[in-house]
Design a protein around this ligand. Structure first.
Ligand SMILES: [Zn+2]
Ligand SMILES: [Zn+2]
Length: 183
């Protein structure tokens, strides 16, 4: 990882520190793998910029990240590209210069994280923000018709007449039988 994308908290200048980043897909892959995060199919790796400010032991990281990831639609199982643009505002606490009462933001007051190793890893933050922005159940299009549960046809490509057919009488009999067994 490029060293300029990691800064130690005690080296953040008083006016703040800025960095821009443009990670290759392989770099983003390696970062996610090192941290045990889910693997995603990067079309273009995270790029954007960040600004890091420090106030006593508190560290504020803001910025914006953009990336394109290939996702699989949960309805039709087709791959599709998803562009992510995410602004982030993160607060971390460190033990540096922490004297009682100094923190403006206390961990118990706000959702803040401790900063591992007292360093800000911009590349790791960028990858994490993209992963957090991805939907749990991606769909290729809000109107995706998905696969027919009966015949498996991709209904975006070809209609099927499963719904028009009358149910198989043997299945209808089974449907009547199942609830009575369950009760
Ligand atoms: Zn779909
Ligand atoms: Zn069908």
């Amino acid at each position: 990882m490029a060293p300029e994308l990691v800064i130690a908290v005690d080296r953040i200048p008083s006016e703040g520190w800025s960095a821009s980043f443009d990670l290759r897909s392989e770099q983003a892959d390696a970062i996610a793998r090192d941290r045990g995060w889910p693997r995603v199919d990067w079309v273009s790796g995270p790029e954007g910029n960040t600004r890091v400010l420090r106030s006593g032991g508190d560290v504020f990281v803001t910025g914006e990240v953009r990336a394109v990831v290939r996702c699989t639609c949960v309805r039709c199982l087709e791959g599709h590209e998803r562009a992510v643009t995410e602004a982030f505002h993160l607060t971390y606490v460190t033990d540096i210069d922490a004297t009682p009462g100094e923190h403006e933001l206390r961990p118990e007051d706000m959702e803040v994280e401790a900063l591992p190793g007292d360093t800000v890893d911009v590349a790791g933050i960028a990858v994490e923000q993209v992963l957090l922005a991805l939907p749990d159940h991606p769909v290729c299009h809000p109107d995706c018709r998905g696969l027919c549960p009966v015949c498996g046809t991709d209904r975006n490509r070809a209609p099927c007449d499963c719904r028009a057919q009358t149910p198989d009488p043997r299945l209808a009999a089974l449907a009547r039988w199942m609830p009575s067994r369950a009760s």
